[in-house]
Ligand binder design. Structure first.
Ligand code: MG
Length: 368
């Protein structure tokens, strides 16, 4: 049994403001990722259906199996028909290049089902309630009878050719196959096997592939009498407090600098200058929430924060959990993603002599 992969790379849409098939995702295009999955899943040859831009991408690929390139059509059906005419093998595995996270296991399962039964089509159950609304009347459909069709859709090549010969149009191959040969065999797809269609899909894909970005922060403030002590947004009972333009919360300042560093947005001195009266005496929690808004504006989220407070006195252990919970709340993340530690310097250095408190932090941000 031989399986030919038909990779549909035409019809690249610019709905997202860029070309989802030809724009590299962490160094490799969707076309290249889909190609690798088809080959790893058992396709021993390939037919690419391309248009202008994807023709260039495919021409630049190093394809490790015999392959043909055909012109894509106006519609998906036209592209498949052109590719089927150029295909050779027992089973055709038709796949939308925009589903570039398909696993080789799904490809293999589709080929095996097609070999045994004539068809093997990736599909997912519907878990939401589905309602049909038409002319003001509504009907709730039985979701146990509904499926979300994915690709790959594998068929015996002679059968799918025959199904396409009827000349009808459809949004997938299983629809045309079913008209001629009855219900196709369904193979479990996966949520990962998602079609990159919207900007949200693209953000999801980047998040899946891109490592988080990291930033570090460091800050020191002088300990003086007559000031309240704030650390990590929590007021700590102590005979002294930290001197500064804001509440001088050295821990939150280090954390904010770490987050801003991960975003390459400079530091808090640049964002909230101490020459600006609106920040006089301001709670650093307010500033932390402003920094978090910048994270969210980029459709990102703080993934993790780890910080060390360097201070001889007071003891921070009793306040640690409250501090972690407070920071997590301001960042809108789980307290499990915030770690605050403390160390003394054994009486050495300015921290050890009680002249100041310092803090170090590292933060990572990732796409939502
Ligand atoms: Mg500071």
């Amino acid at each position: 049994m031989s399986a030919v992969g038909i990779l549909l790379c035409a019809g690249a849409s610019h709905r997202m403001g860029f070309d989802k098939l030809n724009t590299p995702l962490c160094g490799r295009t969707a076309i290249e990722r889909s190609m690798d999955a088809l080959i790893a899943g058992g396709c021993d040859s390939l037919v690419f259906a391309v248009n202008g831009e994807s023709a260039k991408t495919v021409a630049a690929l190093c394809v490790p199996v015999p392959h043909t390139v055909v012109q894509g059509g106006e519609q998906r059906t036209d592209s498949v028909r052109n590719a089927l005419a150029a295909a050779n093998g027992d089973v055709a595995v038709i796949h939308d290049a925009a589903r570039c996270f398909v696993s080789p296991e799904i490809v293999r399962a589709c080929i095996e089902a097609a070999t045994e039964t004539g068809s093997g089509v990736a599909a997912m159950p519907v878990t939401d309630t589905v309602m049909r609304k038409e002319n003001g009347a509504v009907e709730t459909l039985d979701r146990n009878t509904l499926f979300r069709m994915q690709t790959p859709q594998a068929f015996r090549l002679d059968r799918i050719r025959a199904a396409y010969e009827q000349g009808a149009y459809a949004t997938d191959d299983a629809t045309l196959y079913a008209k001629r040969f009855g219900a196709p065999t369904l193979v479990p797809g996966s949520e990962e096997n998602r079609k990159l269609t919207t900007e949200a899909d693209w953000a999801w894909a980047k998040n899946r592939l891109e490592p988080p970005a990291y930033g570090i922060g460091f800050d020191t403030h002088r300990l003086v009498e007559g000031r309240k002590l704030f650390l990590g947004g929590v007021e700590i009972p102590f005979e002294k407090g930290l001197l500064g333009h804001s509440d001088a919360d050295v821990l939150l300042h280090a954390i904010m600098d770490a987050i801003l560093g991960a975003l390459k947005l400079g530091d808090i001195g640049k964002l909230f200058p101490d020459t600006d009266a609106q920040y006089a005496g301001i709670s650093s929690r307010v500033l932390l929430r402003k920094v978090n808004e910048l994270v969210q504006k980029r459709d990102m989220v703080v993934a993790h924060v780890d910080a060390t407070v360097i201070c001889q006195r007071p003891k921070l252990a009793p306040h640690r959990e409250t501090i972690e919970r407070t920071i997590a709340a301001d960042l809108g993340i789980s307290p499990d993603a915030v770690s605050v530690k403390a160390t003394t310097t054994e009486g050495m250095n300015d921290e050890g002599r009680g002249l100041c408190i310092s803090a170090q932090a590292i933060a990572s941000v990732r796409h939502r």
